[in-house]
Design a binder for this molecule. Structure first.
Ligand code: GUN
Length: 296
């Protein structure tokens, strides 16, 4: 079998970024509104700091305003909630993202539910999660699974009737991913670390989304020949040479000989998540100002 088609997230994200940039320029010129994204980062997790910096940079490159709020890990829950309430009322802020995970002493659900649903560009508020569950058109949906879906559909437009297996059941990726695939008329299985025969579940998949957070867990012989494989994992491992490398949840070298299409790590899902965040911020801005929604 020939090698899998590489689903180039960097290229697709760059095209989406350019579309968002053009739409932002139009909104600024015609409506005198600058879309603004506020990102709240609590604590010192180095990976989260990198993600937040990247989000802010891409935001500015797209012509949007970016506001970063860095808080110590010791911040009181009430003070974080007060910050979120202030951002809800701030007219310069159209999108709010609180970087997860939060420290253990803060109730994540309280913070996510404090975000105004119209500004919830992560799509994590229960109202937006419920809208996605109910298939309400135009719901703000979580960025990573939306990015995965765009990657899948860049290779196969019509997913109807396909068997999709999502490995992982998080609120950030696994659950919304399953709902988005269901909306595309896939037959969806959500598998996870407790699934009885994970390899066998994966072998049935025409579309396999790996979001388990376990380095190289999905082996080559877990993949159905010709399947579309999307790797959401970003795991830092130290190689034999002592250097830290990023690897996904899929054994890429083995999988590319079997799959029909596969995302690399890095350069697959990661850039799409950020591009979808910018798109959600643009959509949120348009809704708040009663402007025509972008057609992409
Ligand atoms: N942590 C890991 N992924 C995400 C994400 O998509 N959004 C937020 N807010 N936090 C995350």
């Amino acid at each position: 079998m020939s090698e899998a088609f590489i689903l180039d997230g960097k290229a697709l994200a760059s095209a989406l970024h350019a579309q968002v940039h053009d739409a932002v320029e139009t909104v600024k010129r015609q409506n005198h509104v600058t879309p603004g994204l506020a990102v709240v980062l609590v604590g010192e997790d180095p990976a989260s700091h990198v993600y937040v910096r990247t989000k802010a940079e891409r935001c500015r490159e797209a012509g949007m305003a970016s506001f970063i709020h860095r808080l110590p890990a010791s911040v009181r829950e009430q003070d974080l909630l007060t910050l979120v309430h202030g951002l809800n009322l701030n007219y310069d802020v159209h999108g709010i993202l609180v970087q997860l995970p939060l420290p253990d002493h803060i109730a994540e659900h309280l913070v996510l539910e404090a975000i105004a649903p119209d500004k919830d560009v992560d799509g994590f508020h229960v109202l937006n999660a419920g809208r996605l569950l109910n298939g309400v058109p135009g719901a703000l949906a979580p960025c990573t699974p939306v990015g995965c879906l765009l990657l899948i559909r860049s290779f196969a437009r019509d997913l109807s009737g396909m068997r999709a297996v999502v490995v992982g059941r998080s609120n950030i990726v696994g659950k919304p991913m399953a709902l988005l695939l269901l909306q595309q008329d896939c037959t969806v299985t959500v598998a996870h670390s407790r699934s009885r025969d994970l390899a066998e579940e994966c072998r049935r998949a025409d579309i396999l989304v790996a979001a388990a957070g376990r380095p190289k867990m999905v082996q080559g012989d877990w993949i159905k020949p010709g399947a579309i494989v999307v790797d959401v994992g970003i795991n830092r491992i130290t190689g034999d040479d002592g250097k830290v490398r990023l690897v996904g949840d899929v054994d890429f070298a083995a999988a590319r000989d079997v799959a029909g299409a596969i995302t690399p790590v890095p350069g697959g899902v990661g850039p799409m998540t950020v591009a979808c965040l910018l798109r959600n911020t643009l959509i949120a801005t348009c809704r708040q100002h009663n402007l025509e929604l972008p057609g992409f």
